[in-house]
Design a protein around this ligand. Structure first.
Ligand SMILES: [Zn+2]
Length: 271
């Protein structure tokens, strides 16, 4: 599933092509998770002012309103310069046709969506409840501890809650907890200020390294230029059950928390 680094890599890959382009048409395939929310013709003539990101959402501010893109489980975006676009394939369910080329969304499982939002002044319901940006300037241990305060659920499960921290998914939650030396089963509200500071730093480091590496987590995910990222090879614990922990050599364990797999080292990660 695309997490923050994949969306950020997509944003960086699309920014130069899309910024300042004009929407001339919209292609819609099968329905996505949520409807567009406006007649497609309403987007004709709109200029795309920028490409931004909030959590796992990609935002395209327009002259009037904005488009909110979510890649769901298996979505990916591709930029096809003018004159190079092959006909849409069976899994290409949305495209913005611009004066410079085409932004095409491929989404075999159709959990992704492109949603129009009229007024940027008030955040869209999808974005209103999102927690702090882990790569944002203000994110630190104090912010994280405040978000976890009073919560008895396991910290790993809480990190996946987009209201606690925006953009973190299963892979980077496992990796950051290993890096911070925190047991994923520990109650979120019981983590000390010092360890929250370590965890906040570990989240920032893990996510920014993944962005730098071209951040890919899913075989279906392709960066905006079509190249696959390579962060997966650098995982310390994620999807490494039974393999040696890179820090101590003990076997990495896999448990299930909230119906998701958690990978961790019982020796390095303490309660
Ligand atoms: Zn270890």
């Amino acid at each position: 599933m695309p997490e923050l680094p994949e969306v950020e890599v997509t944003r960086l890959g699309l920014r130069d092509a899309l910024r300042g382009s004009r929407i001339d048409g919209v292609h819609q395939g099968k329905p996505l998770r949520w409807p567009l929310g406006c007649p497609p013709q309403q987007l004709h003539g709109e200029r795309i002012d920028d490409v931004e990101r909030r959590g796992k959402y990609l935002l395209l501010p327009l002259q009037h309103g904005e488009l909110i893109v979510h890649l769901g489980m298996s979505g990916s975006l591709r930029w096809l310069a003018a004159g190079t676009a092959p006909p849409p394939g069976a899994h290409d369910h949305f495209a913005l046709l611009t004066d410079r080329g085409e932004l095409r969304m491929r989404d075999p499982r159709r959990f992704g969506a492109v949603v129009w939002h009229a007024a940027r002044a008030a955040p869209h319901a999808l974005l209103a409840a999102l927690g702090p940006e882990p790569l944002g300037a203000g994110f630190d241990g104090a912010v994280l501890q405040r978000a976890l305060r009073g919560r008895s659920a396991a910290v790993k499960t809480l990190l996946l809650d987009q209201r606690i921290v925006a953009g973190v998914g299963n892979i980077y939650a496992c990796e950051a907890l290993h890096r911070a030396g925190i047991d994923p089963r520990r109650a979120g509200g019981e983590i000390s200020a010092a360890r929250c500071a370590r965890l906040a730093e570990a989240l920032r480091a893990t996510l920014s390294e993944a962005v730098a590496a071209g951040g890919s987590t899913l075989r279906d995910f392709a960066a905006a230029d079509g190249a696959h990222g390579c962060f997966q090879h650098a995982a310390r614990v994620y999807d490494r059950a039974g393999l040696p922990c890179p820090a101590c050599g003990a076997a990495v364990l896999r448990i299930t928390q909230g119906q998701r797999s958690t990978y961790f080292c019982a020796h390095c990660q303490r309660r």
